[in-house]
Design a protein around this ligand. Structure first.
Ligand code: C2E
Ligand code: CA
Ligand code: CA
Length: 643
């Protein structure tokens, strides 16, 4: 009903009077006349209505706030629980009951511990006691069970809260104030899974699922400490599959991987629970045997028994796809107690023993012994001496001539020599492999590259030498360095040589690395003008499909084929094939290790017209080499004496 304006203005008037009244003291003088009394009552009535209205809106606001709170509480992204001193769930929000996958009513007044998996019960009991007695807050992770029986992993954050005794019947009965535990529950299953995955990646080999090197070292370190206390010997077995590379090369990596997985599974079945079997990479496995015995003899006997078992298990025929493969392995073993030796030393010992087992004809066990210890010490001393060889100017390049069909010298190969103060001239065969085990090869490689380029720069200004090319050996590790291309370019720029005079000799082992990366690097240097030769060709992993893609200039027929070329038809056939291949690919070809004229003639008959070898000249120190090239000295250098 719409109030008429007259009435409305009356109403308004009364209202403002009431408002005024409200502001005034409630003890204002009472009206005396009847009219005044009615007026007063009206004012009072309106006053009450207004108070009512204020209360109503306050109530509304309160209700809204409560709804908001309930929403926040019920649908929060975490579960809220109140747990009584008796361990019962007093209250739980909707998210909480959703975490358990059931109705709230199914959880209220149930023991919270009933949903904890047995493996975590003890931890919870202790935690809960602590919370009840002295702790104000705490956090733990628990494995919980949902109502449907499935599991999840949760993090629970608890704080204690003092409640009035009336809220807590038991506490009230005991006459002391009660405590409840307010808990926040979060499902961390996903996070745990991710953590587990990271752990798995960091500590396990993805192919076989076995512990990796990191985890092995970790366990080894722990066991060293244990063995230090209990004086029990442990042992390391280093296993290497025989001829694994051949299997990989001939049947592909899938088949190789199959073998590795089968080997891993077989090894696991043959070992005791406490022992660790790890894969270090490739076909290398390591077994750590713990707590063998306090007696060295007995520990050795036990280790031998395990190793023989391993050899037997690995020696079983394996079905790999359609191939029946007869695998064998070589095992090196070493015993240890406590922490007398570093992990690296122990691994080195087992590794050396394994190599000795291979040398002795594979498929066998070798223990590390005193003679090997001497070898390790010598090895270490040599490595230390080599590290300072450059500073002490003990390194030198020797130059071995490369000859063409007409007997002219077209270039040389630079070969590294180490003038050791006590040992005399050390062969690169003795120290290059050593240097390749560490970063030393990079230092040596850079020195060789730098020295060779500086020599080329000198020759460029020396009459009779300008045409010479200089080949240097680049080890796979050196070539794989990220900075290799930049380093070569920088040295070329610094020495101002014609890049065409520099030839880099790579071996086929370079192809075990990322081939695309190798090709890209070669292409970059090739674009500069640098040349490439493939060294020791025919002895390694010769994949023709890769060969076609490598930007090479020359193949080098390995010495082993040249040696008996005119006696052994097989070698002759291989040499002949390499020559044909080089022609087909448009590459040059050079034979190395030519020691007799018969070999030279035979090679010439097959179509190879570039040679290097003692028949022409051994590698020579710079001064002697330069004498060979001097104008006036005959270009036919076949008159020298040979070692
Ligand atoms: P390589 O590259 O195959 O070098 C040829 C080796 O054959 C040289 O041995 C050379 O002295 C030897 N040789 C040359 N002509 C004949 C011959 O007619 N008969 C026989 N029996 N041998 C001959 P060297 O100088 O002892 O070098 C051995 C290996 O050491 C080289 O094999 C190469 O792989 C490596 N090497 C040498 N210098 C370097 C270097 O500066 N860097 C790297 N990374 N490796 C090098
Ligand atoms: Ca070479
Ligand atoms: Ca060679």
């Amino acid at each position: 009903m719409i109030p008429d304006p007259a009435h409305q203005s009356d109403e308004q008037r009364l209202r403002s009077a009431a408002e005024q009244k409200l502001d005034e003291s409630p003890l204002s003088t009472p009206a005396v006349t009847h009219q005044e009394l009615v007026h007063e009552l009206r004012v009072h009535q309106i006053e009450l209505e207004m108070q009512n209205e204020t209360l109503r809106s306050a109530q509304n606001a309160l209700e809204e706030a409560r709804d908001r709170y309930v929403d926040l509480y019920e649908f929060a992204p975490v579960g809220y629980l109140t747990i009584s001193q008796a361990g019962l769930i007093e209250d739980i929000n909707l998210t909480g009951s959703a975490l358990f996958g059931c109705e709230r009513s199914q959880l209220i007044h149930k023991r919270f511990a009933a949903s904890i998996l047995p493996c975590d019960q003890d931890r919870w009991t202790q935690f809960f006691l602590g919370m009840k007695q002295y702790q104000q807050q705490g956090r733990m992770e628990l494995q919980l069970q949902r109502c449907d029986g499935s599991h999840f992993c949760a993090q629970i954050d608890c704080t204690t809260e003092q409640v009035a005794p009336v809220d807590n019947a038991l506490a009230a009965a005991a006459g002391r104030p009660g405590k409840v535990i307010r808990a926040v529950l979060v499902d961390i299953t996903q996070r745990k899974r991710a953590e587990e995955e990271i752990y798995q990646l960091g500590f396990f080999d993805p192919l076989t699922g076995l512990p990796n090197r990191r985890l092995l070292y970790d366990r080894l370190k722990k066991y060293q400490a244990v063995s230090n206390r209990n004086q029990q010997y442990g042992a390391i077995l280093m296993l290497d599959l025989d001829h694994f590379k051949t299997l990989n090369d001939t049947h592909g990596h899938d088949v190789g991987d199959q073998l590795l997985c089968k080997v891993a599974a077989e090894l696991l079945t043959g070992l005791r629970d406490g022992d660790t079997i790890a894969r270090l990479g490739g076909d290398e496995f390591v077994v750590l045997l713990e707590n063998l015995s306090v007696d060295r003899q007995e520990a050795a006997a036990l280790t031998e028994r395990v190793a023989q078992h391993v050899l037997m298990v690995l020696g079983r025929a394996q079905q790999l796809d359609t191939i029946e493969y007869h695998n064998t392995a070589s095992v090196g073993a070493t015993l240890f107690m406590g922490m007398q030796m570093s992990i690296e030393e122990l691994m080195k010992q087992a590794d050396l023993a394994m190599y000795k087992a291979k040398e002795m004809g594979r498929n066998r066990l070798r223990f590390f012994d005193a003679a090997m210890q001497i070898q390790i010490l010598e090895h270490a001393a040599l490595e230390a001496a080599l590290a300072s060889a450059i500073e002490r100017e003990q390194l030198q390049l020797y130059y071995q001539p490369q000859i063409d069909a007409a007997g002219r010298m077209v270039g040389a190969e630079a070969l590294l020599r180490w003038q050791h103060p006590e040992r005399g001239l050390v062969s690169p065969l003795d120290f290059i492999p050593l240097a390749e085990e560490s970063h030393l090869i990079l230092t040596l490689g850079t020195w060789v590259l730098d020295t060779a380029c500086r020599q080329l720069a000198v020759w460029a200004r020396q009459p009779g030498f300008e045409h010479l090319t200089l080949a240097i050996n680049v080890s796979t590790r050196q070539f794989s360095e990220a900075d290799f291309v930049a380093d070569v370019k920088a040295i070329i720029a610094r020495t101002q040589i014609a890049p065409q005079r520099l030839k880099l000799e790579l071996t086929e082992s370079i192809l075990i690395n990322n081939v695309e990366d190798i090709i890209a690097k070669m292409a970059l240097l090739k674009a500069e003008g640098v040349r490439f030769a493939l060294d020791d060709f025919g002895t390694g992993y010769s994949s023709l499909s890769y060969l076609k893609r490598l930007p090479l200039d020359q193949l080098k027929i390995d010495r082993s084929f040249v040696k008996t070329i005119h006696q052994n038809s097989n070698d002759a056939a291989i040499a002949s094939m390499i020559i044909v291949l080089a022609k087909t690919l448009g590459l040059g070809v050079i034979a190395e290790g030519v020691e007799t004229s018969a070999q030279k003639d035979f090679l010439s008959g097959l179509g190879c017209h570039n040679y290097q070898g003692y028949w022409f000249s051994p590698p020579l120190p710079l001064y002697e080499f330069e004498l060979l090239v001097q104008p006036g000295v005959r270009s036919d250098i076949r008159t020298r004496s040979h070692p």
